[in-house]
Design a protein around this ligand. Structure first.
Ligand SMILES: Cc1ncc(C[n+]2csc(CCOP(=O)(O)OP(=O)(O)O)c2C)c(N)n1
Ligand SMILES: CC(=O)[C@@H](O)[C@H](O)COP(=O)(O)O
Ligand SMILES: [Mg+2]
Length: 595
């Protein structure tokens, strides 16, 4: 039995002491470690399995952490974490207080740049390279590892365009596995596939046209080939691209065969690779499925409907529309900015456009929302999935800024459904034809209504919903966090019946000012609750309203404080930031003696 090598590696310097012929064994152990960890703790799987050899080769050839290695997105960096001092802690990956699922500067000196959103690595590595050049450092190597889906994004192209004229010591490793979360799309994907089929091109690659020294494609699962290529490139000046072909999920049969499912498969059997069988319990739908299935239903009747996703057909469930109406549903790749302006263009021609973007990724396209959609009053229907706290993906992925940043944009309607039925009805209402664009934000995960496919009803734009009458305390919420408020009131009520009213504001814009006047007149104390940042969201809206209308009722704002929440379960994090039902109980109880 050969000795366990992985346990002898605390840091990459230990790895660099191994003879090269032991690296395949180390790589196998690394893969097994990742499989065992993700099988029980969940997380991203396929991407890290695919770069096991590349990870070992990079740390073997380069002098990390002096040489600066930047992972794009970072969901493929589990092997990197395990080899850089975090193996014994890796069981805490993505948990509250544990390791982040993505590289993070505060976690390790080997994590040179915080990531989570894609396509940033080339810009960041170029910044590092130019900084070091300015400092007169000619020895540090700068390496960006970017996937084939991420390199197709505008930001990556902007960085390549800049880097090509800089003569900096930058190595871009294109990790080409022909898939993102879902299969890669677009002309660049076709081009890379062709390069891959043709073998090593002699001249005229797209990268050479951008003044990069291009080499490859090389087999990313052949350690000796990788090491030789990296050693060679270490000594070549200027910007370089190494095109590496890998297989996502490499080393676990099921992960290789079903790469979409095994991107982040949830718990599975580490020995067999099989996913744990689903329970037969009938569960409420995921909000993404309410979106995806309702859209198909609407599109069957309304021929003007089209759908857009930037690279998240499975996550957003736009895949249902892509299957049903392939000509009317577009996966545009990781291209949020393009997705929004493309939606605007379609809308100018009278199409009814559902543009589905995770709330966190819409941040990429803020200018397009303002300049291309709202300024021109184009009635694009933005469906913002994963709004609010998302859980284990953590700080990079919480969709908590949308209410605040969208609210300030003129002409935009901002709505958050309280439940699945409201989501269904607002999708229906929006496609009937609005004069203005609308943003509909809903959370990750499941709702709690089993029978959600009710006949459609129109929602009146700008109309809030009183949910419970009550006395001195008026609680205002927006979106599904209404459930936490309902739970809190149920818990309190026996002792303080009739003191608490609850309103679902629904539309942050236009605000139901008629109702809000009544709320200020009828209740001494106001509490607002939102699954979003406190500054600028519902609470701010209500405070502004109070100031503009000279109301002096005290307003208590429950929302995410002015800091980035880390990772954990949604329940843990909602409690930490103060919007769980028990924190709402505390907030209400603190007012009860005064009423
Ligand atoms: C700006 C942005 N949009 C979307 C995502 C969601 N996302 C995470 S990984 C991924 C696919 C990345 O594919 P690729 O770059 O090919 O890397 P691979 O997973 O194949 O290693 C996507 C779309 C993201 N992280 N950031
Ligand atoms: C790395 C990344 O950005 C995605 O894989 C993200 O983790 C997907 O999130 P969902 O699991 O909510 O679809
Ligand atoms: Mg890929």
């Amino acid at each position: 039995m050969p000795k366990n090598l992985l346990h002898t590696i605390q840091l990459p310097k230990d790895l660099r002491k191994l003879p090269e012929d032991q690296l395949p064994q180390l790589t196998q152990e690394l893969r097994d470690f990742i499989i065992n960890a993700v099988a029980t703790k969940e997380g991203h799987l396929g991407a890290s399995l695919g770069v096991a050899e590349l990870t070992v080769a990079l740390h073997f050839v380069f002098n990390t952490p002096k040489d600066l290695l930047v992972w794009d997105v970072g969901h493929q960096a589990y092997g990197h974490k395990i080899l850089t001092g975090r193996r014994d802690n890796f069981h805490t990956n993505r948990q509250l207080g544990g390791l982040s699922g993505f590289p993070k500067r505060s976690e390790s000196e080997y994590d040179t740049f915080g990531v989570g959103h894609s396509s940033t690595a080339i810009s960041a590595a170029l910044g590092m390279a130019i900084a070091n050049k300015l400092k007169g450092d000619t020895t540090t190597q700068h390496i960006a590892v970017v996937g084939d889906a991420s390199i197709a994004s505008g930001m990556a192209f902007e960085a390549l365009n800049h880097a090509g004229v800089t003569n900096t010591n930058l190595l871009v490793i294109l990790n080409d596995n022909a898939i993102g979360i879902d299969p890669s799309v677009g002309a660049l994907k076709n081009y890379l596939t062709q390069v891959n089929l043709d073998g090593a091109p002699e001249t005229d690659t797209i990268f050479e046209a951008l003044s990069f020294n291009y080499s490859g494609p090389v087999d990313g699962h052949d350690l000796s080939v990788l090491i030789a290529a990296l050693e060679r490139l270490k000594n070549i000046e200027g910007p370089k691209v190494l095109h590496v072909i890998t297989k996502k999920g490499k080393g676990l049969r099921q992960a290789e065969e079903d790469q979409v499912k095994y991107h982040a498969p949830g718990k599975f059997d580490a020995k067999t690779g099989d996913l744990h069988p689903r329970s037969n319990e009938v569960l409420p739908p995921k909000f993404q499925d309410v979106f995806g299935k309702t859209l198909v239903e609407l599109a069957e009747k309304n021929k003007n409907i089209v759908g857009i996703t930037p690279a998240m057909p499975t996550g957003s469930s736009l895949k249902f529309m892509m299957e049903a109406f392939p000509d009317r549903a577009f996966d545009v790749g990781i291209a949020e900015q393009h997705a929004v302006t493309f939606a605007a263009g379609l809308a100018t021609q009278g199409m009814t456009v559902f543009c589905n973007i995770y709330a966190t990724f819409l941040q990429r396209a803020y200018d397009q929302v303002i300049h291309d959609v709202c300024l021109q009053k184009l009635p694009v229907i933005f469906c913002l999935d994963r709004a609010g706290i998302v859980g284990e993906d953590g700080a990079t992925h919480h969709g908590i800024f949308d209410l605040a940043h969208l609210r300030s944009i003129p002409n935009l309607i901002v709505f958050a459904p309280r439940n699945e039925i409201e989501l269904r009805n607002i999708l229906y209402t929006a496609q009937l034809g609005l004069e203005l664009p609308i943003a509909i934000r809903y959370p990750r995960g499941r709702g709690n209504i089993l029978e959600w496919e009710h006949p459609f009803q129109t929602i009146e734009i700008g109309k809030a919903a009183p949910l419970k009458n009550g006395g001195d305390i008026g609680v205002l919420s927006i979106g599904t966090v209404a459930n936490n408020v309902t739970e809190a009131i149920t818990e309190i009520e026996s002792s303080s019946a009739e003191k608490i009213a609850h309103y679902d504001i629904r539309f942050l814009k236009p605000l139901d000012t008629g109702l809000v006047h009544k709320i200020f007149s009828n209740h001494k104390h106001i509490i607002t609750v939102e699954d979003g940042v406190k500054k600028g969201g519902l609470g701010s809206t209500i405070l502004e309203f109070a100031a503009e209308n000279n109301y002096e009722n005290p307003v208590k704002i429950l929302g995410i404080p002015d800091e980035f929440p880390e990772q954990g379960t949604v329940e843990e994090l909602q409690d930490m930031v103060g919007i769980s039902s028990s924190k709402i109980v505390e907030a209400i109880q603190s007012l009860l003696p005064a009423v």
